[in-house]
Write a protein that binds this ligand. Sequence first.
Ligand SMILES: C[S@@+](CC[C@H](N)C(=O)[O-])C[C@H]1O[C@@H](n2cnc3c(N)ncnc32)[C@H](O)[C@@H]1O
Length: 259
Amino acid sequence: MTDIDPDQIGLAPPSPAQIDTAQMDTAPSEIANQPLEWRDGDMPYSPAFGDHFYCQTDGRLECGHVFLAGNGLPARWRDRNSFRIGELGFGTGLNFAETWRQWKEQRGPGQQLHFTSFELYPMQRDEIDRALSHWPEIDAERQALTAAWPDTPEGIVMLRLDEQTTLSVVCGRALDGVAVADPEFDAWYLDGFAPSKNADMWSEELMRLVCEKTAPGGSFATYAAAGFVRRNLGAVGFIVERRPGFAGKREMLCGVKPS
Ligand SMILES: C[S@@+](CC[C@H](N)C(=O)[O-])C[C@H]1O[C@@H](n2cnc3c(N)ncnc32)[C@H](O)[C@@H]1O
């Protein structure tokens, strides 16, 4: 649920995320704020998962290389009335903020972006603010996101951030949220920590749901290159491609669901 009143920000109500949280299996008590450590002042690190939230070289540029370019964006959202991106793992919202920045630069009149992210441990406003403050390039997006972010994120946090952009963060286990989502996603950002640290976010069961919820011709991209992730994505119906990763990483994966 969001505690944002769209009337307060002068915009029409957002279109529904079309996810019925009542059908989700994640118990509210499982949705918690995970303890964070901060490295170099503004780089969040999860002791529970033993991993950083994005690459230490530059998470914003990594997002452009892996998630946007890996999904053929921004080219693929041109000439589309509406485009739907799904993400496993909202974290700090960096991927959303960078995508929103590029969307605002590239979009045409009337086009709509729906960005839906699935997150078990939604961060607090001040944590998002601290992490995203690292990048002056996304100052405007950070300020708007944190201004709209609820004190207690739970259920579906649905934010109509401008007249052409809707963000929905579905709080709970990704497996539960994706299972009850509509099958309309055009592109996926698979961003659930390293597969060796969090295999649940890369299971064949979850990848199958992701593929089922992808529109024909839709795509995914991820920095992950582990063999079991590649095999799972191929087994569930994606045509998987290996590409050079970001900042010298040998490989990343992207792929399409056949039309
Ligand atoms: C690598 S971080 C995501 C970074 C993020 N996309 C960003 O822009 O900052 C992985 C995220 O997955 C979340 N996560 C881990 N296991 C999960 C699960 N089973 N279901 C949903 N989210 C999960 C973590 O809480 C964390 O926020």
